[in-house]
Design a protein around this ligand. Structure first.
Ligand SMILES: Cc1ncc(COP(=O)(O)O)c(C=O)c1O
Length: 384
């Protein structure tokens, strides 16, 4: 075992794929003398807008910034209730709290771990202003059901599409159905700008978000002739994406389809090899879905598997030098949200102890995917 380990390279859970193209584009930006939000950010916005078929796009400093601007632009604030899953990253709940909103956590569906439309409908009250859905791991939520629900009750629909850049359900692109949608280009996402995000959606809302995201100044710096030639009409924030980040984003964007296809290949290899292991559920892809494959999630049922999720993670790490991750620690279990769940969240809480994210990213080789498969089989006591 020791000699075997000595010959193994540690395998990260995730790794960005960056090439000479990104480096050249950044150098070009540095040489251009224009570093902040400018021509490259604008090109990046156009590329996203055209590809997703959305009406407008605003490149920002993170998905969290996009979520914050989405709430401000839609006029969501103190006294409002917003329905959102707890099985997600804390960003949406944090910005809700920042604008004085009480997040109402609703459970997810066991098939996809996305927010459940029926339970969402049951949680709507006179104070509900919006629904923030999240496309778990890259599998879109039921976009048609949530659009209908939002229209029926006059609610704002916001898609946190941080995981779902090239995903589709029932012919609809994730990020194109909400009044607003947000994407993340954080370092571990399907494409990255290091830190970065994109807010897309209805033009009137994006226009408001642009204003709020550049200090409330009524004209972007790079369109102004004189530096004092502006007015501040609202107390804004500074959330724009720099052209340095956009330079990376533009080149990453042109690789998105290839990256997603490679992720899908690795996911298919995992599902072929791991389906049928006792107590291990591979991710379900519902009919009519094109998965974005940000995550490859398995769910380990301790009653039927030889090991618990934590034991699998520990042994992959120590015996096979394979890193994994977990998505997510439910938001309502985080210290600052303690006691904030006012309804049972059984699927969320079960997922929290069973879910494990295996390495799945374009920089992985077939041999590395095979190494993960072999390691999992070994832990289940199977020989290949
Ligand atoms: C579902 C979800 N939303 C939002 C975010 C926040 O993204 P960012 O780091 O770009 O602000 C993340 C980050 O991992 C996420 O997983």
């Amino acid at each position: 075992m020791t000699t075997q380990i000595q010959n193994l390279q540690r395998m990260p859970w995730n790794q960005p794929s960056l090439g000479e193209e990104e480096i050249a584009e950044v150098v070009d930006t540095l040489r251009s003398g224009w570093l902040t939000h400018g021509p490259k950010a604008t090109r990046f916005e156009s590329a996203v807008r055209d590809e997703l078929g959305v009406q407008d796009a605003f490149a920002v400093s993170s998905c969290t910034a996009a979520l914050h601007l989405a709430l401000l632009a839609a006029g969501i604030g103190a006294g409002d209730e917003v329905i959102t899953p707890s099985l997600t990253f804390c960003a949406a709940a944090n910005v809700l709290r920042q604008v004085g909103v009480r997040p109402v956590f609703v459970d997810v569906e066991p098939a996809t771990y996305n927010l459940c439309p029926e339970q969402t409908a049951a949680a709507i009250t006179a104070a509900t202003k919006a629904i923030v859905v999240m496309h778990y791991g890259g599998h879109p939520c039921d976009l048609i059901a949530f659009r209908d629900l939002a229209d029926r009750y006059g609610l704002v629909l916001i898609e946190d599409a941080a995981h779902a850049l090239l995903a589709r359900r029932d012919g609809l692109r994730a990020g194109s159905v909400g009044d607003l949608a947000t994407f993340s280009f954080y370092a571990n996402k399907v494409i990255t700008t290091g830190e970065g995000g994109m807010l897309v959606g209805r033009p009137s809302l994006i226009e408001r978000a642009r204003l709020l995201g550049r200090h409330g100044i009524d004209a972007p710096v790079w369109q102004r002739r004189r530096s004092a030639d502006y007015e501040v009409t609202v107390p804004g924030l500074k959330y724009v994406m720099s052209d340095l980040a956009a330079a990376v984003g533009l080149r990453q964007w042109s690789k998105l389809a290839a990256f997603t296809a490679r992720r899908a290949e690795i996911a298919a290899a995992y599902t072929r090899a791991l389906s049928g292991l006792p107590g291990l559920a591979t991710p379900r892809v519902l009919p009519g879905v094109e998965h974005g494959w940000f995550l490859y999630s398995v769910f380990i049922d301790p009653e039927h598997a030889p090991l618990t999720r934590d034991q699998v993670a520990d042994r992959l790490h120590t015996e096979h030098l394979i890193a994994t991750s977990q998505h997510f620690r439910p938001v309502h279990t985080l210290q600052v949200y303690a006691g904030s769940a006012d309804r049972p969240l059984p699927v969320t809480e079960t997922a929290a102890v069973r879910q494990l994210s295996l390495p799945c990213y374009p920089a992985m080789t077939d041999q590395q995917a095979e190494r993960v498969i072999t390691a999992v089989h070994e832990l289940w006591g199977r020989r290949n």
